[in-house]
Structure formats: C-alpha cells, structure tokens
Design a protein around this ligand. Structure first.
Ligand code: SF4
Length: 432
C-alpha cells in the first residue's frame, strides 16, 4: 500500500524566502500523521510539505491524506480533486475540515473531525475491509491520550534544526476569535507527561520548541510537565499567556524547566478590544510588568498584536508601536483580525452581515475579510502594513538589539527576518 500525506500550499508561504524559512520551525502535522499508520500495513509512506517542496504529481498512491487550515483549504480541495481523478482514496482532516465538515466532505472521500489519533486507526481497519466511512469523528473525552513519536525522519531539513514537540493541544480560555477551544475543548489532547518526556529524551537535543497553543492554561498539567522537564536540563521556547508571571509557583517552575523564549498574544493595547473578544488573560496595565518579569528571568518576548478590533483606528494602531517600545517587547509581530469559520466571532460577524468574503485563501491573517466599524478595508490594511514597517525600521531594530542581554545574533536574525517579511507585504494588497 502506498500512502501520501500532504500539507497544502498556504498563502503565508509566499512571504517566506529561504532565510525566513530557515528561522521557521518544522510543523509536526505530517510526521505525527505518518506515525499513526499501523506498522502491520507495511505501507510505503511519503510526505509533501508544499510550503517547501514541489507538489508530487507523477506517482500513484492508494491513499492520499491531506490536512489543512482555513487559508489552505482551497488548495486542499484542488488536491482532493486531482488525486481522486488519479484513482486515489482521498481523506481530509485538520482544523478547517473539523470546523467546516460538510464543506470538506463534498471534496473528499472521508473527512476526519477532531484529532486523528484514534480515528485514523479505525479508518485503516475499515479501508482494508473495503468499508471506509464518510466521516470519522473523534469522540474521545479522556484527559490523556497517547501519541506515537512523530516520524521526524520524514520532515524536510529546510526548516530550523531545533526539533518541535507537542504536549497539550487544548486551552482553557475562551477568546472569541480562536478556534483552539472549539477544536480540542478544555483539555484537548493532553499527552501523558512521561510519554512527552521520553520523546524529548529520545531527541537528544539540548533545545526544543514546544508547539502547545496554550501550555500554561491547564495549570495542573503545566506544573507536572515543567517539573518533569527540570532534570533534563534542556532549553525550550514556546507560547504562553502573559498572566503566567502572576502565578508564582507555575512561573518559577517554567523558568527552572529551561524556558528561554516566549511568544505571547498581547493582541491589543485597548482594554475595550480585549474585553470584546473575551481575552481574559490580558490586563494592559500589567503588560510592562509582565515583560519585565520575563526579562528578569532572561526570557525574551515575541509579542503578537492584532489589527482590526472594532475600537481600532489607524492612529491607535500606529501608536501601538510606541507602546511596544515602552513595554520592551523583543520582537513584535502583527496580524489582521480574522474571524475564522467555526469561531464565535465568525458567527457574530456573519449574523451582522460583516463578512466580506468566504474566499478561504484570504483567511491568512494578512487580508481584511470583514467590514470594520471605523475603517475602510484598504485603510485597515494600510495601517497593518505600516505597523510592520514602523516596528522594523532600522532605528527600532538597533534599539531592540542594544537592549537585549544575550544572543544578539539570533535576535538580529529574527529582526531581519521580520523586516524582510514587512518589506514583502505590499502596501495595498487586499484584492477585495
Ligand atoms: S489563550 Fe490563546 S489558545 Fe487560548 S483561546 Fe485565547 S487565543 Fe486561543
């Protein structure tokens, strides 16, 4: 049996050159899926990550498995039709098919709703018997779910060399624009800590990147995990909500576990906006304190900000950059507010006639896909584009480097990578 796993091309790749790719981490999706293929099938497995590899068209496969997010859904559907015509059995899963199951089902032979750790096994059994189902829905409610070690041997070496690991896919917060809690619920796929630790040990790497969307929201799990990381004496970077600095015991464990870099969603510097999207973890009055606490622990902060909340104006967005300077973010990153299908925000915007397009290619957080309350579409895009340019002016890059206490060269690389990204954003590129 021959199986092909595909991560389809996504708009976001077009902003990445070889340099920015080299500072991007390797996604785990394909290697996790490949590891879920039962060994007894003796299958020949290939993976294609279209962000860095050419599409494969001249071979035949029995099964083609495609995983997509909203911004790669159109490309995924194109691939479904291509491979179906070639006689393959095509299965589709991932974030978008989970939240838009009916739509995904129209393009594929089988759709996977939720995580595939259990349902993929079931599918292979059904496929062998010649009776695969149309929809495989993960109904598991268990707190812990094991996952085989990802097939990292199949991952391209064009990405950053630091290996990626995932322990918990859930989040206990309820931000209205986010699909994480819709997808995985409160606890999501929480792997047994001992299993994650064994995987990290097997990597024999002194550094890892943790891909958990919200590693500190499940405090009990996070404490257990951080405690288990301490004896490994490794360094890790990953995501976190900023309120972790107020949770003394957890924060201390986070530092002792080897955290060396954090990506935080600050989102906005206007309280009204945070309240409107239920970002309950953030308090603007504490932003500077939070960044200072991370810095005291020698943890640089990559801060994410969103343009397009209802209370935003062009002026307030550009002023955000001065605020970012004030609180001392090491690397700022910007995206345009995107109401992803399946989220509470999408439902609300759709009900109010504010969704401008259902062209999923545009749902890449770099296009305006909804009607803003105060700004014209082009005006919002222009403000977003100028935020990048202002934040990555030479003057600001130098200032950030001067303030950095360690690993200036990595920071310089990251700053230049983002400057390149800012440069590649076209000033007016909204194609509405
Ligand atoms: S804290 Fe992060 S992962 Fe959790 S719901 Fe909010 S945006 Fe999503």
């Amino acid at each position: 049996m021959k199986i092909l796993f595909i991560l389809p091309y996504d708009n976001t790749y077009k902003y990445k050159g070889g340099f920015t790719r080299a500072i991007s981490y390797a996604p785990l999706t394909l290697s996790v899926l490949a590891a879920l293929v039962p060994k007894e099938l003796g299958a020949q497995i290939k993976t294609i990550d279209e962000g860095i590899q050419k599409p494969l068209t001249d071979e035949a496969f029995d099964i083609v498995a495609i995983t997509c997010v909203t911004s790669s859904a159109k490309r995924a559907y194109e691939l479904c039709h291509f491979w179906k015509q070639k006689g393959s059995y095509v299965i589709l899963g991932g974030v978008h098919p989970t939240l838009m199951t009916k739509e995904a089902a129209a393009h594929s032979d089988s759709v996977f709703v939720g995580f595939a750790e259990e349902t993929l096994q079931e599918f292979f059994e059904d496929y062998i018997k010649g009776r695969p189902k149309k929809i495989y829905r993960n109904e598991s409610k268990c707190r812990y779910l094991s996952m085989p070690f990802p097939r990292r041997d199949l991952v391209s070496d064009k990405y950053m060399k630091i290996p990626t690991v995932i322990a918990n896919r859930g989040c206990q917060n309820r931000c209205s624009y986010c699909s994480v809690h819709k997808l995985w619920g409160n606890t999501g796929l929480t792997r047994p800590v001992s299993e994650v630790i064994s995987e990290i040990q097997a990597l024999k790497s002194k550094r890892i990147i943790l891909l958990d969307p919200s590693p500190t929201s499940d405090e009990e799990y996070a404490e257990e995990f951080f405690k288990a990381l301490i004896p490994l004496n490794i360094k890790w970077s990953g995501l976190s909500t900023i309120d972790v600095v107020k949770k003394n015991r957890l924060f201390e464990l986070m530092i002792r576990s080897g955290c060396e870099g954090i990506l935080c969603g600050f989102e906005s510097v206007q309280g009204e906006s945070l309240k409107a999207v239920s970002k309950s973890t953030n308090n603007i009055a504490e932003y500077k304190y939070a960044v200072d606490e991370f810095h005291k622990a020698d943890i640089p902060v990559l801060g994410c900000f969103v343009a397009g909340f209802d209370s935003d104006t062009k002026e307030s967005l550009l002023n955000t950059i001065d605020f970012i300077d004030h609180i001392g973010i090491d690397l700022p990153r910007f995206s345009i507010l995107t109401p992803f299908p399946g989220t509470a925000m999408f439902e609300e915007y759709e009900k109010n006639g504010r969704i401008l397009t259902m062209d999923w290619n545009m749902y890449d957080t770099m296009h305006v896909v909804f009607k803003h309350k105060k700004m014209q579409t082009q005006e919002l895009y222009e403000a977003f584009s100028q935020m990048w340019k202002k934040a990555y002016s030479v003057k600001r890059i130098i200032r950030r480097l001067k303030n950095t206490r360690r690993e200036k060269i990595i920071k310089l690389g990251a700053n230049l990578g983002f400057k390149y990204y800012a440069h590649k954003l076209r000033t007016i590129d909204n194609q509405m």
